[in-house]
Design a protein around this ligand. Structure first.
Ligand code: ADP
Ligand code: MG
Length: 349
């Protein structure tokens, strides 16, 4: 007979509740980088600088030139379920921002030493600084100079949750995850200038701007020149749906599905329906056990897709799944038909 492990019910202290919730959002340094950069993108930044030390375990700093946070909102920004991005369930249905759950800053500050500088004005002297340390104290707010925009510094991730800290891998592995998160964000937003530094060395420096040439340069930098030289452009539209991007030739494949990027309205996602449509389209042209390489951007009306399926927002639900699936399949099938031997570019045999 084992001892009962349940006792009386009581409400969790807010700090503990925050730390438990943080586990869903903040898994490792890469998750912090993703959330902070998404915030910077939502703030309309044209330039975002990311700096890490020791794979991010020691330091993560994200600096942006976006809208900044108003003084009166600074305390709220770090509290749970506080967001400027939605007001109602209706807003959620058509959400265009990357964030909306109001959890990332609260979760991160619950498990790290977080410092935030922000300014909504062009006068640097109007800036503010907020510090929060593991939620053991209320965030402290004081005046501090900062240019228009926001800088968030996260030190000693999981310093107060040793069980989590133990799960951090080597510096190299953690930085690898950060780089992958960076790659996704950089592929999602070609228009934003992005810089990634690790241990004071510049790892990526990607100029912004939305012109074709810059876009291809970025694809080449992040996916390799060989991909671009061995890929077909996709540019298809149907009512309410558009698919753009690059699909690798059937001769340019990999043994792992590790270079497959699919974006829905600017958000990278993993989806079984999408994977199925792509697999079907490649079915006749790919050798068994090989995996295609692609970077694809699907745009559809925000009402047509539910992004509030999971805290990390890597999953979505399409309202008309069949329609999306068939559009993807037929667009890719048509693009790949041109590569099929003897097809002469015809649509179907
Ligand atoms: P969410 O992004 O889901 O709203 P967060 O916890 O990530 O939740 O951020 C809380 C709020 O803080 C945001 O809604 C936004 O108003 C503000 N904020 C966070 N980061 C930035 C930033 N870099 N620039 C401007 N505002 C920011
Ligand atoms: Mg956010």
């Amino acid at each position: 007979q084992s001892a009962a492990v349940v006792g009386r019910i009581h409400a969790l202290a807010p700090r503990l509740a925050n730390q438990i919730a943080a586990g869903e959002v903040v898994e490792r340094p890469a998750s912090v980088v993703k959330e902070l950069v998404e915030n910077a993108i939502d703030a309309g930044s044209s330039r975002i600088e990311i700096e890490l030390e020791s794979g991010g375990a020691k330091l993560i700093r994200v600096r942006d030139n976006g809208s900044g946070i108003a003084h009166d909102d600074l305390g709220l920004a770090l509290s749970r379920h506080a967001t400027s991005k939605i007001d109602s369930l209706d807003d959620l249905e058509g959400v265009a921002s990357l964030g909306f759950r109001g959890e990332a800053l609260a979760a991160t500050s619950a498990v790290s030493r977080l410092e935030l500088y922000s300014n909504i004005s062009d006068e640097p002297a109007d800036g503010w600084r907020v510090v929060a340390e593991g939620r053991e104290m209320q965030p402290r707010i004081s005046p501090a100079p900062h240019p228009r925009g926001t800088t968030v510094t996260v030190r000693d991730l999981f310093f107060n949750t040793p069980a989590r800290r133990k799960f951090l891998r080597t510096e190299k592995t953690e930085f690898g995850h950060v780089e992958e998160a960076f790659r996704r964000l950089a592929l999602a937003r070609h228009d934003v200038e992005l810089i990634l530094r690790h241990n004071r060395k510049t790892v990526h420096q990607l100029p912004g701007g939305n012109h074709q040439e810059g876009m291809e340069k970025r694809i080449a930098q992040l996916m390799g020149r060989a991909f671009l030289d061995n890929a077909m452009r996709v540019d298809m539209a149907a009512t309410g749906l558009a698919l753009r991007g690059w699909v690798g030739l059937p001769t340019h494949t990999r043994s792992q599905p590790d270079q497959q990027y699919f974006f829905v309205n600017g958000r990278v996602i993993r989806d079984r329906l999408v994977a199925h449509a792509v697999r079907q389209a490649y079915r006749d042209v790919l050798f068994h056990g090989r995996h295609p390489v692609f970077v694809l951007y699907l745009e559809l009306d925000a009402q047509g897709v539910d992004v509030n399926v999971h805290p990390t927002k890597h999953e979505v639900r399409f309202r008309d799944a069949r329609l999306v699936h068939d559009f993807l399949y037929s667009s890719l099938h048509r693009a790949l038909a041109e590569t099929r031997p003897g097809s002469g570019g015809a649509d179907d045999e």
